[in-house]
Write a protein that binds this ligand. Structure first.
Ligand SMILES: C[S@@+](CC[C@H](N)C(=O)[O-])C[C@H]1O[C@@H](n2cnc3c(N)ncnc32)[C@H](O)[C@@H]1O
Length: 199
């Protein structure tokens, strides 16, 4: 077991409630593309509990190998080696065939141009009828769902103006432009949501 693996407390807190949703959403065997995998804690947790899926972790080239330690330690055979994928300008065509997409806590870290590129890219690689599950904090009609989300949004925008909690009105318009409909919007612990976009 490798020591000092990258660690996210948020992943530990949210992995069980997210798993329960994914179990109901991804019922058939298939390959799930994860965008912005980060530490790999999610990848390992979901792949170990959903053994009929093949998990394909990806992340921005600067972070693409961050998940290695968790994946290698897990010894799971249903997680592919992590791939570098920058949603903006990355090579979506080089990905293996996929059946579904998952991404957590990425839309508020990416600039809006990258969020747009993510939806366009997912639309390119997802078969018709496939789903794109996007987890994180979101606002509605410009209003945050909690004081803590409002503070988080301000801290993101202060750190870097391109970051910030995305608004559902903007996401729905983007989804419509890129061939998705919002099928579900699940409330999750800690003022997060799990959005299910169907192509
Ligand atoms: C807050 S972390 C979330 C990581 C993990 N999904 C989680 O829930 O802990 C945001 C992730 O988005 C990734 N990211 C940011 N910009 C990206 C881009 N242009 N293409 C792909 N991934 C990107 C970062 O590398 C990082 O892994």
């Amino acid at each position: 077991m490798q020591q000092d693996k990258p660690f996210s407390q948020a992943c530990e807190n949210n992995k069980a409630p997210i798993l329960e949703k994914l179990r109901a959403l991804f019922k058939q065997p298939g390959t799930i593309l994860e965008i912005g995998t980060g530490t790999g804690q999610h990848a390992v947790h979901f792949a170990s509990h959903l053994p009929y899926l093949v998990w394909q972790p990806t992340d921005h080239p600067s972070n693409a190998q961050l998940s290695r330690a968790w994946i290698d330690d897990s010894e799971l055979t249903n997680i592919n080696a992590p791939l570098a994928l920058d949603v903006l300008g990355g090579s979506w065509a080089d990905l293996p065939a996929i059946d579904g997409v998952f991404s957590a806590n990425t839309a508020h870290i990416m600039g809006w141009q990258e969020v747009q590129a993510m939806f366009r890219g997912v639309s390119e690689v997802l078969p018709q009828g496939g789903i794109f599950c996007l987890y994180g904090p979101f606002s509605y009609g410009g209003r945050h769902t909690s004081e803590s989300n409002a503070r988080f949004d301000l801290s993101l925008r202060t750190q870097a103006p391109h970051m910030g909690i995305r608004d559902m009105e903007d996401l729905k318009a983007l989804a419509e432009d890129t061939g998705f409909v919002l099928e579900e919007d699940f409330g999750m612990p800690a003022n997060n949501r799990l959005l299910v976009w169907r192509k």
